[in-house]
Design a protein around this ligand. Structure first.
Ligand SMILES: Cc1cc2nc3c(=O)[nH]c(=O)nc-3n(C[C@H](O)[C@H](O)[C@H](O)COP(=O)(O)O)c2cc1C
Length: 203
């Protein structure tokens, strides 16, 4: 199965089979895809909470205006963006440079990062972090499709309510849910996509 074939196979699953569960190995592979997702400056300004708890999944369903996927799916990945960019830069430098993080080269790089981070404060920063988070979502969905695991990206949610479900520090903002599991039924219709001429231009 190639990646492109699997893109035809996948669809945003509305009805998951509540009896079918993902193996820990599969979950680990999808998390690896998220971890390997590229991000601007490598700062990975996101965090994913992996939910299997039945009560929390029910609460996520309520916060998704009753959509059934979060309750029925085996796992729900809750994608949070994070806005602690300056602290993130320090942590990144330590990770990347280790004992050398005080070196002239590392200090210069950190300084450049900080100048950049100035552009990502407040609302701009939240938007920037959310964009990076969506790339991670894309990688997670692609990895799931490769493994023949069904998923449904979900934005149709009350994110204030979702924030209240998880008692995370203020720097974390929920931006998206990704229920994962196995389809109880196939797609209701074949894929609807705008034509190539609408989407692409050659120059
Ligand atoms: C960011 C995003 C948010 C979405 N939110 C929802 C949602 O809340 N509920 C839902 O059933 N589908 C949701 N979808 C699925 C889209 O409706 C679906 O991807 C689109 O119709 C194309 O269909 P396909 O994914 O089955 O190919 C969302 C998709 C994306 C990418």
């Amino acid at each position: 199965m190639s990646f492109l074939t699997q893109l035809e196979w996948r669809f945003s699953t509305k009805k998951f089979d509540p009896e079918k569960k993902l193996s820990d190995e599969s979950v680990g592979k999808i998390l690896t895809a998220i971890r390997l997702t590229p991000s601007a400056y490598g700062l990975q300004p996101f965090h994913v909470v992996v939910v299997t708890d039945v009560e929390i999944k029910k609460k996520l369903q309520e916060a998704s205006y009753g959509q059934p996927q979060p309750a029925d799916a085996s796992h729900v990945f809750v994608f949070f963006s994070r806005t602690d960019i300056l602290d993130r830069i320090d942590a990144y430098m330590k990770l990347s440079f280790g004992d050398e993080s005080g070196s002239e080269k590392a200090v210069k790089i950190a300084e450049r990062f900080r100048q950049m981070a100035g552009r990502y404060e407040g609302a701009t920063g939240a938007e920037w972090a959310a964009k990076q988070t969506y790339i991670a979502l894309g990688f997670a969905m692609a990895a799931a499709a490769e493994l023949e695991i069904d998923s449904c990206p979900m934005e149709g949610c009350d994110f204030a309510a979702i924030k209240d479900i998880f008692d995370l520090p203020e720097i974390f903002t929920p931006v998206l849910l990704l229920p994962l599991g196995y389809r109880a039924e196939g797609p209701a219709r074949s894929k609807t996509r705008f034509p190539k001429e609408d989407l692409f231009t050659n120059v």
